[in-house]
Design a protein around this ligand. Sequence first.
Ligand code: NAD
Ligand code: TYD
Length: 355
Amino acid sequence: MILVTGGAGFIGANFVLDWLNQHDEAIVNYDKLTYAGNLENLASLKTDTRHIFVHGDIGDSQKVCKMLAEYRPRAVINFAAESHVDRSIHGPEDFIQTNVVGTFHLLESVRAYWSGLAVSEKTDFRFLHVSTDEVYGSLAKDEPAFSETRRYEPNSPYSASKAASDHLVRAYHHTYGLPVLTTNCSNNYGPYHFPEKLIPLMIVNALAGKTLPVYGDGQQIRDWLYVKDHCSAICCVLEKGRLGEVYNVGGWNEKANLDIVHFICTLLDELRPRTDSKSYREQIKFVTDRPGHDRRYAIDARKIGRELGWKPVETFETGIRKTVQWYLDNQRWVNNVQSGAYRLWLEKNYAERDQ
Ligand code: NAD
Ligand code: TYD
């Protein structure tokens, strides 16, 4: 079997669902269930014995070691992290704790387990670390997209903590020979995306008749990938990736934030028109920018294409339509994640941005 950490979050849950759709191999899913972890994402697996959920923190070495000894996975895929840039600005400590200290403890636990394996199991074992393009910092307008050799220049507490975790993973390969793989992916979107991030927040706010808060001038560029394409890239790297290598993952879909918001409004105007027949664009509001806001991310995904034959299935147009439709069809999921804690976050992040 394989073990995933953070499998109750956005990408992890999509990965678990897709994996069990495509393989018979069981998954142990180890997750702390922070505000971002939601077992409702995995409700369809309730009676599926191939999915084993274990509640815990990647920093809890005793628990992780016990679990590794009990389930003896052939691979560990590390999704667990604090993942939201704005939260890292308001409170960086959790990011250091989970993304840096937690990844360190996880690496130590995995190293101890791996060291005790028989030779053939040891050779076949993999530790795949899921990381982000944000570790490379911000691109100027005409600069080439991030390749795997780009210098690390993280600018937010989130990206700095992910950069630190990437360095630790690399060091465990070079120093101890741990068979690691790292993926650095661009911004994901799709089902089960927590509505604190741009795309789900805009869909959810639009439908609730709330404002659509665009930071600064809305001309910051992100490179968007449909989450299921990210999951297929991870499977591909797990199966065929060369040990110790880094693979950048992206869909060649650079878009300015304001264009994304316009796209969502146009789709909602078509699929769920406002009762007053006006466009959802009326709800757009420019608000105070994020401090240290990275201007542009773009991924050069040629290495994973050339070496491993991976390519995305969805275009932005097909992926965003599926996503908007998913939120329209899953209003109950949306209502359930909008708990008291979620409302407190919105107050904290947006009240002070009102201009
Ligand atoms: P998410 O915030 O939706 O989910 C994170 C999950 O990790 C949650 O289920 C949470 O409960 C769990 N978790 C947090 N701290 C933990 C801990 N200490 N121990 C165990 N579990 C813990 O994040 P996501 O968007 O699904 O991202 C998953 C991974 O992919 C992260 O490592 C992130 O850096 C990376 N990534 C995300 C994106 C993106 O666009 N969302 C892009 C590239 C890379
Ligand atoms: P986000 O989804 O938080 O991802 P990241 O910061 O990791 O790229 O934000 C994507 C972009 O959208 C980013 O440039 C910030 C911007 N943004 C807004 O303009 N308004 C918002 O309310 C949010 C959450 C993000």
